[in-house]
Design a protein around this ligand. Structure first.
Ligand code: ZN
Ligand code: ZN
Length: 292
């Protein structure tokens, strides 16, 4: 698996990557492109009405929508979570097709935008496939009850829930995904590993058995709310401990609060292999279907 650091300063492996990809077009290797849709904590950044330096920053990298990523595999797009900014994120990235949604957990900043999957229902004339645990299923059925009624009002979202646990699962027309069970204080949350890439948002602790599933990961997007400790999120020190234990080639911190710092200042404080994520960040890796 090779990193294509086209938008990441200091990582210019593009030529090497392209060469490698060409030799593999007949094999099982396939490029997966990841886009950070949102890198902000539950309130987003800026926070409504806040006058702090971060919220007043003119740097576009300090504008953080609620945390979510998209990954593209061939012609298919998949997103992890549909937060309150889902519609805006789909418009910003000009997404015209969406194959499935994977959910990490049921908190509002991760599910609130589910209603807008109906745009894809209209466009693609099929149900949206949702992958989640029973806790998320319950929350979706409560908050979007109208999408689950026997006689549905025309135009409501059409979704199909696929329950997942800690076993790997196959996405339709996509890669295999390995769920990593982590804890957001006491709440179980899923991280997801695809080949050498893993996405872990809203995490405070990781059981040892689940941590082992992250060994060998090369590209990691990891929760890191701020510098001061927090009950249910990793702070910088805790996030860097995980980075030390796993030694990924590149780590991006996400779910960032306005209490952390400006993007520029955060970047200066971190080791070279760790950067703050930002909305619109893209990274690519080669996925081999024999993995996971
Ligand atoms: Zn969250
Ligand atoms: Zn602020």
């Amino acid at each position: 698996m090779y990193f294509k650091g086209s938008v990441v300063p200091g990582l210019f492996f593009a030529n090497f990557f392209e060469d490698k990809l060409l030799t593999n077009t007949m094999g099982k290797d396939r490029q997966i492109d990841v886009t950070v849709l949102g890198s902000g904590t539950s309130q987003g950044v800026p926070v409504i009405g806040c006058q702090c330096e971060v919220c007043q920053s003119k740097n576009p990298k300090d504008k953080r929508l609620r945390s979510s990523i998209m990954f593209s595999y061939g012609k298919e797009n998949f997103v992890v979570d549909t937060g309150p900014d889902f519609r805006q994120q789909m418009l910003r990235e000009d997404v015209r097709s969406l194959r499935a949604v994977l959910y990490t957990h049921s908190h509002k900043d991760h599910i609130a935008g589910m209603d807008d999957v109906r745009s894809f229902n209209f466009l693609e004339k099929r149900d949206m496939e949702l992958y989640c645990n029973t806790d998320v299923e319950e929350a979706l059925k409560r908050e979007f009850y109208y999408a689950f009624e026997a006689n549905k009002y025309p135009g409501v979202p059409n979704v199909n829930i696929n329950l997942i646990d800690t076993e790997p699962f196959q996405l339709p027309d996509g890669p295999r995904v390995l769920p990593i069970l982590v804890y957001h204080y006491k709440m179980p949350v899923f991280g997801f590993r695809i080949g050498d890439f893993a996405y872990l948002t809203d995490v405070k602790s990781i059981p040892q058995k689940e941590f082992e599933k992250l060994r060998g990961v090369k590209y990691l997007i990891l929760d890191c709310l701020r510098e001061r400790p927090h009950l249910s999120h990793l702070n910088v020190e805790e996030a860097l401990d995980i980075v030390d234990a796993l030694s990924p080639e590149q780590t991006y911190l996400t779910h960032i609060s306005h209490l952390f710092d400006t993007h520029e200042n955060i970047e200066e404080k971190l080791p070279k292999s760790v950067s703050p994520a930002y909305d619109g960040l893209k990274l690519s890796f080669v996925y081999n279907s024999d993995e996971n």
